[in-house]
Design a protein around this ligand. Sequence first.
Ligand SMILES: Nc1ncnc2c1ncn2[C@@H]1O[C@H](COP(=O)(O)OP(=O)(O)OP(=O)(O)O)[C@@H](O)[C@H]1O
Ligand SMILES: [Mg+2]
Length: 251
Amino acid sequence: MVALALDGLGASYGKRTILSDIATGLLRCGTLTAVIGPNAAGKSTLFRRIAGLISGPGTVHLTDARAGADAIRYMPQDTGGNAVLTVYESVLLAAKQGSGWRVSDGELSEIDGILAALKITELSFRGLGELSGGQRQLVAIAQALVRNPDVLLMDEPTSALDLYRQIEVLDFMSRRAAERGMAVLIALHDLNHALRYCDQTIVIADGRMAAGGSTAEVITSDMLRAVYRVEARVETCSQGRRHVIVDRTAA
Ligand SMILES: Nc1ncnc2c1ncn2[C@@H]1O[C@H](COP(=O)(O)OP(=O)(O)OP(=O)(O)O)[C@@H](O)[C@H]1O
Ligand SMILES: [Mg+2]
């Protein structure tokens, strides 16, 4: 199974250093890892750096990647798209990116399976330009999944989705990560989603790693005060799940 670890990662835009010294132990594969932190902390920049879209110091250690498969796939936060294509064409194009144009039955059934799991089959032949924001986000998730990467970086994949879709997508992502042994990093602002779905959490604050480890140990009132500047409680609900309850902004 693939193994991923980040070692001393940094990134700059021009002369401005955005990220420094991001280091993790071996990130567990087959489960979801949350990347959390305030706006402008550097989460998307970290994903771009891991994906190799920007360069910088440090190393992304990726071992046991499958031959012939995409090593790392990045689903950006802003999911624009080529508005001329239909949904089905755009997912097929994502599947075939960088390979030949011959399409196998297996590839078509993989696409069908993903569209069905995300409940967007009925959108298949609609143009991308005619979709709602949430529908576009679901198509972007399908495009990211169809390549079956070893490492999947999803930048706020549920930010435009309604409650039903958020839960459905995160349930699906959890199952898929386990089935395929993928390392999945998800940038999230909903910390209750991190508590519910992600075994591990990395906290980015001001371009540095403020905390990292098991989600239950990382998401605490102290962290929320120091990093998010809110007074908050992390309480266990009647069904035994941990939830963040924010009382007020911190003084
Ligand atoms: N292309 C760019 N050129 C210059 N600066 C950038 C660029 N992209 C982002 N930045 C800056 O880098 C910092 C980190 O941005 P980044 O997008 O990584 O934050 P983020 O943690 O993903 O925030 P958000 O939660 O709002 O998505 C910010 O100060 C931002 O203004
Ligand atoms: Mg971002």
